[in-house]
Structure formats: structure tokens, C-alpha cells
Write a protein that binds this ligand. Structure first.
Ligand SMILES: [Fe+2]
Ligand SMILES: [Fe+2]
Length: 152
């Protein structure tokens, strides 16, 4: 069932919030991890920060086009437990799993927006489809890392 404009703006604000939290945690983990096995993942996370930030910029832009307000830090809610930097700074696999969880959450949310906007708001739908494709690419990338890092 198609949503109202206010509902679509609310979903875009949630997506914006999720992207910003992901940026924070990718940044933290890209700095936090240590060890030989960590170097590559730190680099991959550092690269993804730019891409997730780009998502937030595109979402914010669309929120504005719809007449909504882009949330500042006081209106953001942080809930991403899976990506809290681990106590063990060499726990690369734990971070990879956290990334996969974050990408899954993002994928689910963008699919919701695609359904919500169907027949109603094609521009937002197109944006959600584009970002969804990029999150699925991230997921595939980190699934590959997990495979290699958990190989016996
Ligand atoms: Fe993203
Ligand atoms: Fe992503």
C-alpha cells in the first residue's frame, strides 16, 4: 500500500539516521582494529565511509525536495549494537559480521521504501533502488571477506 508524503519523509529520515550511524561505526572500526589480518578490512571500511556518507547526502537532498527537515545530531537515534568496536582489537571476523548485519538492515529498509513509494513517488523509489544496489554490493563484498577470514 502506498504511503503518504509524511510517511515517506519519515522513512527517509530513518534511512539518513542509519547511514550516519554506519559512517560513525565504519570510521571507528577502521581505526580500532589492529593486526596483520586487520589491515585490509580497515582499508575497505575507510573506503565505504565515503560511499555511506554519499547515501546520507542523497537522502538528505530528497528529504529537502519533499519539504522535510534533515535531522541534526539531537534528532538522531543510535542503536547499531552489532558494530560497536569489539574489546578484542584483533577480532576482524566480529567486525565483518557486524558490517553484514548493518548492510542487511539497510537492505531491508530500502526494500521497505521501494514498496512504500510504489506508484506514489517514483523519484524516491529510484533513489532507494540505486542505494539498494550499492548495499547489496557491499554485502557481497563482505560475505566474500567472511568466507576467506573464517576458512580453516
Ligand atoms: Fe549506505
Ligand atoms: Fe553499505
Amino acid at each position: 500500500m502506498a504511503a503518504t508524503k509524511d510517511q515517506i519523509i519519515a522513512s527517509l529520515r530513518t534511512a539518513f539516521n542509519m547511514e550516519i550511524e554506519t559512517v560513525i561505526n565504519y570510521l571507528a572500526n577502521s581505526l580500532h582494529l589492529e593486526g596483520v589480518r586487520a589491515e585490509f578490512i580497515k582499508q575497505a571500511l575507510a573506503t565505504d565511509i565515503q560511499e555511506e556518507l554519499g547515501h546520507a547526502q542523497q537522502l538528505g537532498n530528497r528529504i529537502k525536495q519533499l519539504g522535510g527537515a534533515v535531522p541534526g545530531s539531537l534528532h538522531l537515534k543510535m542503536t547499531q549494537r552489532s558494530l560497536e568496536p569489539p574489546d578484542d582489537t584483533t577480532d576482524v571476523v566480529g567486525v565483518i559480521k557486524g558490517v553484514l548485519q548493518a548492510e542487511e538492515d539497510a537492505i531491508r529498509h530500502y526494500k521497505d521504501i521501494i514498496k512504500q513509494t510504489d506508484g506514489e513517488d517514483y523519484v524516491t523509489q529510484d533513489l532507494a533502488i540505486t542505494i539498494l544496489g550499492q548495499e547489496e554490493a557491499h554485502r557481497q563484498q563482505f560475505e566474500g571477506y567472511l568466507k576467506e577470514y573464517t576458512k580453516k
